[in-house]
Design a protein around this ligand. Structure first.
Ligand SMILES: C[S@@+](CC[C@H](N)C(=O)[O-])C[C@H]1O[C@@H](n2cnc3c(N)ncnc32)[C@H](O)[C@@H]1O
Length: 345
């Protein structure tokens, strides 16, 4: 104990510096480093990167070398000059041209989530989300009415879609959904998961249900297959009639809300659901003892700082689904960040 080689001391350093790692990643995305290197015909030196992005040489040199240390970029020395290129990680997940790019989510985390986390201690003290303190608007307003701009709403919608380009198939294939031809994705946002569903289950039709502003933005700014198997419906899932369906998807919806509101929503879903149909809840599941996985524990704190909800264990989802009228509740872990819970009417 009390030495620089001490494992506990090293762990403490790693934890306390964690935010710097995130910021290097966020800044490199924000400045367009990975896109520039993806589009360049070959590796570039830091002066060329700085010149093309219109940013300082001093800062660029440091940022690029930090990205190398984080294995986001690779470096080689050519005729005495260090030149940089994307690693496989950056090519797959950080360059906009990649179909599995996660940049929108990283930028949303940089511009919104990170600012809320600056108030974590207050969130724990008050037991409330920190939107008001971080942005001067309540989380209710952020979800249901005004974003600070149309651009911010789009940023959020694109951000939410990123993960389904990587994990959409595994959550939708966790159970065989082919017996459910009519699917309704409640809180389906930009339709990103609906598109994965329609491509995996070629016989199904998916209705994306969301609040009017989100549906309008989805129709205006996102593209959909022309075979008509994805359609939209606008409304408030706590109040308005829900489209009839064999299967309702609730992906990252229940974690936004209190147990009381989840129960209310699930009871409405049960009433609307066709007999023999069901609901597929897609969330990041906590372990039974609620101690992990670490990512899900952190996501649950994120729900504290950004929403009124929390992440839950399989038993906690069962306790919500059963009283709402659902039976045969089955939970499947996918090995990814998001898992699937299927329950039948
Ligand atoms: C955390 S996002 C999840 C989006 C999407 N299901 C996903 O996993 O990418 C929650 C979604 O629920 C929608 N939503 C929130 N309140 C709603 C309401 N009262 N009625 C309908 N949709 C609502 C939001 O607009 C948003 O698209």
């Amino acid at each position: 104990m009390g030495s620089p080689e001490d494992e506990a001391y090293r762990l403490l350093q790693e934890y306390s510096n964690g935010f710097m790692v995130s910021q290097v990643l966020f800044a490199a995305c924000e400045l367009g480093v990975f896109d520039l290197l993806a589009e360049a015909p070959g590796p570039l030196g830091s002066a060329a990167v700085a010149a093309r992005l219109g940013i300082s040489c001093r800062g660029t040199e440091q940022l690029l070398d930090a990205c190398v240390a984080l294995r986001l970029l690779r470096v080689q020395v050519r005729t005495g000059e260090a030149v940089y290129a994307n690693t496989e990680l950056a090519s797959a997940y950080l360059a906009r041209a990649s179909p599995t790019c996660q940049q929108h989510m990283l930028l949303y985390m940089a511009r919104t989530t990170y600012l809320c986390w600056a108030h974590l201690a207050e969130a724990v003290r008050d037991g409330e989300n920190q939107y008001l303190k971080a942005f001067g608007v309540s989380s209710k307003e952020l979800f249901t009415a005004v974003y600070r701009s149309e651009a911010e709403r789009l940023q959020f919608m694109r951000a939410l879609g990123d993960v389904w380009s990587v994990e959409g198939r595994s959550v939708l294939a966790a159970f065989d959904l082919s017996p459910f031809p009519l699917v309704c994705d409640l809180g389906g946002c930009s339709g990103a998961l609906a598109k994965e569903c329609a491509s995996l289950y070629t016989g199904c039709h998916v209705t994306v249900f969301d609040i009017p502003d989100v549906v309008q933005a989805a129709k205006r700014h996102f593209s959909f297959p022309e075979d008509g198997r994805i359609s939209f419906s606008e409304g408030d899932f706590f109040q308005d009639p829900l489209p009839e369906a064999d299967l309702y998807l609730l992906a990252r919806v229940l974690h936004d809300w209190t147990d009381e509101k989840c129960s209310r929503l699930l009871a409405r879903v049960h009433r609307a659901c066709r007999t023999g149909g069901g609901v597929l809840v897609i969330e990041s599941l906590l372990d039974a003892d609620e101690r992990g996985p670490l990512t899900t524990r952190l996501y649950s704190l994120n729900m504290l700082v950004q929403t009124e909800g929390r992440e839950r264990t399989p038993a906690q989802y069962r306790a919500l689904l059963g009283p709402a009228g659902f039976r045969d509740v089955q939970c499947r872990r996918t090995g990814g960040t998001y898992d699937a819970v299927l329950a039948r009417k």
